[in-house]
Design a protein around this ligand. Sequence first.
Ligand SMILES: Nc1ncnc2c1ncn2[C@@H]1O[C@H](COP(=O)(O)OP(=O)(O)O)[C@@H](O)[C@H]1O
Ligand SMILES: [Mg+2]
Length: 414
Amino acid sequence: MAMAAASARSSAADTRKPLAAFVADAATEAHVRRVTAALGWADADVLSATPAEAVKRLASSATPARLLVDLSGSADPLADLELIADVCDGETPLIAIGTVNDVDLYRKLLAAGVDDYLVKPLASEALAAALTALGAAAAETEDTAPRDPLGRLVAVIGARGGVGSTTVAVNTAWLLAHDLKLKTALVDLDLYFGTCALALDVEPGRGFRLALESPGRIDNLFLERVMVRISDLFYLLAAENDLEFYHTVDRDTLREALHVLVQTIRRNFKMTVFDLPRHAARTQVSLLTPPASLVLVSDPSLAGLRDTIRLAKMLQHLAPEAELSVVLERCGAIKGAELAEKEFEQDGSIKIGSVIPFEAKPAVASTAAGKPLVCVAPRSRTARALKQLAVKLSGTEESTAKPSPLGRLLHWGT
Ligand SMILES: Nc1ncnc2c1ncn2[C@@H]1O[C@H](COP(=O)(O)OP(=O)(O)O)[C@@H](O)[C@H]1O
Ligand SMILES: [Mg+2]
């Protein structure tokens, strides 16, 4: 049965054209033709056409195994790609090419589902490598499940230390995996003092460090080896780096490595929850391309209020596309000395999305067991509030339609 399905799939794949390329100028057309000839793809379609002409042509012909689309001259590349997505089989891998050499555009295109972006003039080796890499990825996914949309990112940031942000990150991640049955990665971005591994009573391992030092090695296989498996649906990536690492690692390499890492993780996990320390938020929050949420955790104190307002302003500026919500944690810990919810919302700049009550007993039981609070005291008031928050963060209401990779383009900017 499985073999019959596999051979049906491969014979279906054989009937498709290996590539349809829509390029903007004759020089690029000749170049792409040379590369496809070298790859032995005699029946590839290589045409001089605008994205709009590509849409017309694709609408009236069978979807090819791969697409190459030249976006030079396109006033709105993302909108053009949406139109192409409309007329194609959603799983078709796509390489975009163009003249704009801009990392922001590159990231937006990747986030929108484009597999690679090459800047003209094209180098033959780079084009051949990109096209064959697409082939390998397509073969890999044909043998497994169809490719899923990009996973949702959730960054949990504490307005101050000790307010319960790690508790929120660990518990919501656990719930997303085990209650909501979404494959979830918990990533501790506090590379030196993180406590996610401690909270789950596991060794963080050396994988995160290796990934940060050599981003070129990061791929699905690498991830599988370096992430700590808590259960089938729940994985952890954490580090306890020596403090000297801070002085030896190059900032740009670190940023690039984290970017590659996040993109690779979100292709493999429906949800990725980051425990993001506030001192790193300024530099790392740009990792959050949609779909993404930012959760700002504070205790109900005056200092918490001040820092929540300041951080919310900064985060909205740095990651305007991420949905921001504020969580009041440890409510009731110091009765009488706490600000009320409406005092937090008084100046109108923030709105409280969730209130998590303080309960000492379940928290102590959780620490003693080395398990999340929601696991050891699932019926406590704290656990119930955390469950409501996890459901909100899952974004399940919007994502039940499950857009395909090219279909993701349709969701860009909405
Ligand atoms: N709702 C709660 N009820 C009781 N204790 C809590 C609650 N939330 C967090 N804690 C405790 O507060 C302390 C600080 O929490 P933690 O999540 O480590 O904060 P942060 O990561 O913001 O520094 C921990 O001992 C944790 O068990
Ligand atoms: Mg913490």
